[in-house]
Design a protein around this ligand. Structure first.
Ligand code: SAM
Length: 279
């Protein structure tokens, strides 16, 4: 048996904007480990220098993670402690690190979380939407058809849904959410959290989608979109819509039946078409 104790893998959250959202324990750990595996070493260096951290950096990003993992696990087993950071927030949350953590655990290495900023949780904490049950969906697919299909899957979920979105797709995604979840569904856009232009807007999807299209400033920067789960009132409308759709479907083409059932019940047309056609 080797006399060397395996090192630990520290999974360390870094700020999502404000550079002082960095815990004292995170800074001390990053100073103490043998090496820091960073998603983008050039991106992280200024933050680390600002906090007096001069530990050597190695790259661990989505394109090299598969190849880099073996070497890092060998170092851990040889006794080096390693910290994993991503460009912002908590590693593995829409960021690289999953393969490394999985391989390290499989090799018997202790993985220690060092919690801190996460945009999804920061947004949820101020959104004013139900937070007792929520689902994190990360980024929606870039292609419109796949994105809409994913939204259809989520339309009936009673939990608050949290999405990450990039500036060039936020308007498009909000429009799709409005069409699929219904314009009355409550939603929140949390933009540039902890930064100079931090904005948190809560509106029904109809108004939120229109506001973001009308004001290009609202499309800049980084975004979290939160959508309230389907409520009891919506459940009642959907039940009524399904009943009407089932009757009309015998007389009309499905698209026309869904359109009329939506007008009569107030339930979203796309959801009625989707759910009703599957019945
Ligand atoms: N690991 C990060 C975390 O813990 O939140 C997320 C990384 S993911 C690649 C980047 C996305 O997170 C952005 O496109 C945006 O959707 C969201 N995000 C990150 N920082 C943000 C901020 N300051 N304000 C709003 N959203 C942010």
């Amino acid at each position: 048996m080797s006399s060397v104790q395996p090192g630990s893998l520290w999974v360390v959250a870094t700020p999502i904007g404000h550079r002082d959202d960095f815990s004292a324990r995170a800074i001390a750990t990053l100073r103490a480990v043998a090496v820091i595996a960073a998603e983008d070493t050039r991106h992280s260096r200024p933050l680390l220098v600002h906090h007096g951290i001069d530990t050597p950096l190695i790259a661990l990003h989505e394109h090299n993670e598969r190849d880099a993992v073996d070497g890092i696990v060998r170092r851990l087993l040889g006794g080096d402690s390693v910290a994993l950071i991503s460009d912002a927030g908590t590693p593995l949350i829409s960021d690289p690190g999953f393969r490394l953590v999985r391989a390290a655990r499989a090799a018997g290495v202790r993985c220690i979380p060092l919690p801190g900023a996460c945009a999804a949780i920061a947004a949820l904490s101020v959104a004013g939407l139900p937070s007792d049950r929520f689902v994190f969906e990360g980024f929606l697919p870039a292609k419109a058809a796949a994105r809409r299909a994913r939204l259809q899957e989520l339309a009936g979920d009673a939990r608050t849904v949290i999405f990450y979105e990039s500036s060039h797709r936020v308007a498009e995604s909000l429009a799709d959410m409005r069409d699929i979840f219904g314009g009355e569904r409550e939603a929140v856009l949390a933009r540039e959290l902890t930064k100079m232009f931090e904005t948190v807007i809560g509106e029904p999807l109809n108004d939120l989608a229109a506001k973001v299209v009308a004001d290009p400033d609202q499309q800049r920067g980084e975004h979290v979109i939160l959508v309230a789960g389907r409520g009891e009132e919506a459940d009642a409308k959907l039940a009524e819509g399904r009943r009407v759709f089932a009757i009309l479907r015998d007389e009309l083409p499905p698209a026309k039946a869904a359109k009329l059932a939506a007008v009569i019940s107030g339930a979203p047309r796309k959801l009625l078409y989707e759910v009703g056609s599957a019945e």
